[in-house]
Design a protein around this ligand. Structure first.
Ligand SMILES: [Zn+2]
Length: 277
C-alpha cells in the first residue's frame, strides 16, 4: 500500500490537471454513487488534498469527492482521448479539455458535504498528517507527547494513522532506525526527550521521502553510492528491505522481524532492544 509521500505525489499529479478547472465530463461508476454525480457536475475543482491514505477532491459548491484506495485502488492521469492500459474496474472518470483522471478499483468512494466531511469515520480519527503544509513541528511534537500514546509499542504506534497520518511500512522501519529505537519499545520506556526526537525524525524523514522520490537514506551517502554505481533500490533506505546486508553506519547485519504480518527491518547494533532479545 502506498504511504504518505507516494499518495501526496499522486495528489500533486492530479492537482496539476484538475485544480482551478471545471471538468468537461465527470462519471461516478460505483453502484449507488451515480446519483451523487449531479452535485459535482459543472463545478470547478478547488483543490486535491491527500488525507493519510485517502484523496479529497474539493469542488466549488461545498462538496468533496472522497476516495480511499484500500489495497488495489489507483489514480491515473492521461492525455485527453487516451485510456490507461489496465484490467482494473473503472470507478471515477474526470475529463478535462487536455487530460483525464481515472480512478480504478477503489471501492470506498463518497460525495461529502462539509458536515459529513467533519464527521467522517475515517477522516475524523486521523492524527496530524505529516505532509500537510498546515501541520507544524509543534503540532507533531505535541501529538507525540500525548499520554494516550505513551504505552503503545512503537511497532504498532507508528502505523496507527491516529498517531501520525501518512506513515506506512517503509517509513516505520526508517524512523525507528534514525531514532535508534527498537520496535518493541514504548515511549514510556524512554527518556523525556524521546517523544520530541521521534516527532522531529518522523516529520523530517517523511518530508525528505516526499521531496526525494521515496529516498530516506542520508542524502550525502546517497550521492556517494550513486557515484559508485548503486541502484535506486540499493541506496534508497537505511534498513528497509535490506535484510542480510550491512548497516551503512556500523557494518552489522540488518535483521527483519514480522509483527502482525508486516515486516520491520532494523540494525541490531544501532537499535538495541530494551527487553533483551
Ligand atoms: Zn548499525
Amino acid at each position: 500500500m502506498p504511504e504518505g509521500p507516494e499518495i501526496r505525489l499522486a495528489a500533486d499529479k492530479l492537482a496539476k490537471v484538475l485544480s482551478g478547472r471545471v471538468p468537461e465530463q465527470l462519471d461516478l461508476l460505483l453502484p449507488g454513487l451515480e446519483r451523487h454525480a449531479a452535485k459535482l457536475q459543472g463545478k470547478r475543482i478547488l483543490s486535491v488534498q491527500p488525507r493519510s491514505k485517502a484523496m479529497l477532491i474539493h469542488f466549488d459548491g461545498g462538496h468533496w469527492l472522497y476516495s480511499h484506495n484500500q489495497l488495489y485502488g489507483r489514480w491515473y492521469v492521461v492525455r485527453a482521448g487516451k485510456a490507461p492500459r489496465t484490467q482494473r474496474s473503472l470507478r471515477v472518470a474526470i475529463h478535462m479539455r487536455d487530460h483525464s483522471a481515472f480512478l480504478y478499483s477503489a471501492s470506498d468512494i463518497e460525495v461529502l458535504n462539509a458536515a459529513q466531511l467533519q464527521q467522517h469515520p475515517y477522516l475524523s480519527k486521523l492524527g496530524p498528517d505529516l505532509l500537510d503544509p498546515q501541520t507544524t513541528r509543534d503540532i507533531v511534537r505535541q501529538q507525540a507527547q500525548d499520554a494516550r500514546f505513551a504505552r503503545r509499542r512503537l511497532s504498532s504506534l507508528l502505523l496507527d494513522q491516529a498517531f501520525f497520518a501518512g506513515l506506512g511500512n517503509y517509513l516505520r522501519s526508517e524512523i525507528l532506525y534514525l531514532a535508534a529505537l527498537s520496535h518493541d519499545a514504548t515511549l514510556r520506556d524512554l527518556d523525556a526527550q524521546a517523544p520530541t526526537r521521534l516527532a522531529d525524525i518522523a516529520l523530517d524523514v517523511t518530508l525528505q521521502a516526499y521531496r526525494c522520490r521515496g529516498v530516506t537514506n542520508d542524502l550525502e551517502r546517497v550521492a556517494r553510492l550513486k557515484a559508485e554505481g548503486y541502484t535506486y533500490s540499493q541506496y534508497r533506505h537505511h534498513v528497509f528491505a535490506r535484510e542480510g546486508l550491512d548497516c551503512w553506519t556500523c557494518g552489522a547485519t540488518i535483521s527483519r522481524v514480522d509483527v502482525s504480518g508486516r515486516a520491520i527491518f532494523f540494525c541490531p547494533d544501532c537499535q538495541p532492544s530494551l527487553r533483551g532479545r
